[in-house]
Design a protein around this ligand. Sequence first.
Ligand SMILES: [Zn+2]
Length: 375
Amino acid sequence: MAKFRGIARPDAGNDLRVLRRWLWGLGLLLLASGGFWLWVTWPNGAASPPGVQPRDEPAYATPAEQHFTSIDPPPTPPPLAGAPETCDGRDAPEGAAAANAASLSSLAWSPFGKPETGWEIYAPRIAAEIGTTCGPGSNGFASALARWQGAHGLRGTGVVDPAVFGTMLVRWHLARPFVRVNREGMCPGAPPEASLALAGPKESYGGKAIRLRPGALEAYRKMVAEARAAGALPRPESLTIFSGFRAPDADAQRCARDKNCQGLRRTICSAHRTGLAMDVVIDAVPGSRPDSSADANRLVMARSSVYRWMVVNAPRFGFVNYAYEPWHWEWTGEPLLPGVPISSLPQEGSEPITEPADQPTSETPAYGSAARNRR
Ligand SMILES: [Zn+2]
């Protein structure tokens, strides 16, 4: 018996261990299949569709998670096809539409530090922000603006004024990862030039070699294909690129040459160093360059089908715009690269920074000029 027990005990122990292992196995299998079921059925569990940005907001100091995505909430969806937006806006605040219609071309203000008259240049951007397709002087526009004001802690006057615009401008600035990093006193890094992709001849304006980070170029191509299919591109030049990646060295050289590095017109830290920013042809007064920031030029852009399509649709492809420059767009689909403190860059001739801006380049030909290269 002793021998039997001696053998029997281990046998019984084995049975128990086998049973325990079997139960563990069954439990793990149930867990795994339950997990899989959750994964396939959980809302939004799958990868985001193209153009939809996750809402994470990592700090600049963590290079591993440097994905600065747009924090701009998606604009109010436009009315469904078949249910056209009515612009009679019966709930519009009294007198708001008339006030907007008058100020559209007469408001005296300085939204970007220099005096401007009227706000029509910004009307497409404002309309996209408040989610309306109604004209800026309509009751429908005033009504949509009043709703937007209410949703953003402002009095619902339905009237465009510098304070309302200022609130929108902060949101638009903060939607740009580049600006958010700049506000922390940092200038993002430049990608290795060998990693950049070259735009095709038909994608470049003025025959320049345009280089961008490959993801940005791919997103640009998808966006242009859709804009073309939507009939929003009236000319062969529409949305061609006249500036992409610009090496930090070039910025530094120009800075030293001009003795002017930081300001509305000149900055040592240009968004174009990221390889994610691009300047595209929107429109221009004949004879003007497509990056001329003359108000008359920007007004032509604001009235164009290209810009109107872009302000509504480009965010779906991950692009954000600098409101002062209808031509300047930054792609937010990939992280900015770790950078350096702006204070470590050359400061010669600096002015107080109002907003990082483009430096118009003399090589960019005028729009409508005979000299331009149509490639
Ligand atoms: Zn630019």
